[in-house]
Design a protein around this ligand. Structure first.
Ligand code: ATP
Length: 267
């Protein structure tokens, strides 16, 4: 059992932003949530973490409606890294990561040794051990993002929800982060824009368009030129690399519309 969305819809200001989505990740799998800007990925992730309530359908954790589970219990199982995680406080990186241990504290405090070990491990896994004593606001954008991932790993969740976790990272750190996430024994739902990285790291893909699921399956089943054309309005060539066992996508440059003419060259 895991965290599932059962025919979930979410309406806002008269518009249906998430429209009848069902998502049942297999335990331990990495599920890529794809779709163009505004297709509903972040909204679905917010529903799955219980910060917004569905207008219809249900989010369930181990078969129980999320709305009936105390927040602390949810936080012991589900960790979230949202797109714009920020803090204005003068706080050390290590303390940001330690925030992940809060759900594990009981009335009489937590297990200090286990807390310390989880924080050290999370800092190591995200390559931030040497930055543990730095002030959060002195980190680069990519380092902050890795610190948020470290905070989520320190939480030792069973389910991980990630909203575009690689958007500030250089290519090495993108690859390292996704390798780490896919190797951990957690069920992960990750919103992504890079289709090649999605093909490389995800077991299963779900494509949203206008809030609805328009395709779901393995990367090879889902990432076809037709789907990419229909959903992203982009021409692409899709090949299968037998040696690596994965789909590789090459994109064609966009054809700009007449609304967006090329600038005239100055003579
Ligand atoms: N609280 C809200 N009130 C009104 N509209 C909202 C709200 N939250 C999201 N939306 C709208 O819902 C749509 C889906 O937004 P969402 O952020 O879920 O998309 P997304 O797929 O994550 O996009 P992106 O790839 O750009 O991050 C957008 O049109 C957005 O403007």
């Amino acid at each position: 059992m895991s965290l599932t969305a059962e025919n979930v819809s979410w309406a806002r200001e008269g518009a249906l932003i998430v429209d009848g989505v069902t998502l049942r990740p297999e335990q331990g799998a990495t599920v890529g949530l794809l779709g163009p800007n505004g297709s509903g990925k972040s909204s679905l992730l917010r529903l799955m973490q219980g910060v917004t309530k569905p207008s219809a359908g249900a989010i369930e954790l181990d078969g129980e409606p999320l709305s009936s589970i105390p927040r602390r219990n949810i936080a012991r199982t589900v960790a979230v890294v949202s797109q714009h995680a920020q803090t204005d406080m003068d706080i050390l990186v290590e303390d940001v990561v330690r925030l992940g241990r809060i759900p594990h504290r009981g009335t009489w405090g937590g297990d200090a040794v286990a807390d310390r070990a989880a924080v050290v491990r999370a800092l190591e896994q995200t390559g931030l051990s040497d930055k543990a004593d730095r002030l959060w606001h002195t980190l680069s954008g990519g380092e902050r993002q890795r610190a948020q991932i470290a905070r989520a790993l320190a939480q030792e969740p069973r389910e991980l929800l990630l909203d575009e976790p690689t958007n500030h990272l250089d290519i090495r750190h993108q690859l390292e982060l996704l390798t780490l996430v896919t190797r951990l024994p957690m069920t992960t739902v990750v919103a992504m824009h890079d289709l090649n990285l999605a093909a490389m790291f995800c077991d299963h893909l779900v494509v949203l368009h206008g809030g609805s699921v328009v395709a779901a399956g393995t990367p090879r089943e889902v990432l076809t030129p037709e789907l990419i054309r229909d959903v992203y309005e982009v021409d692409a060539e899709v090949a299968y690399d037998d040696a690596r066992g994965r789909v590789v996508i090459s994109f064609e440059p966009a054809v700009l519309s007449s609304r967006c003419p090329a600038p005239a060259l100055q003579g």
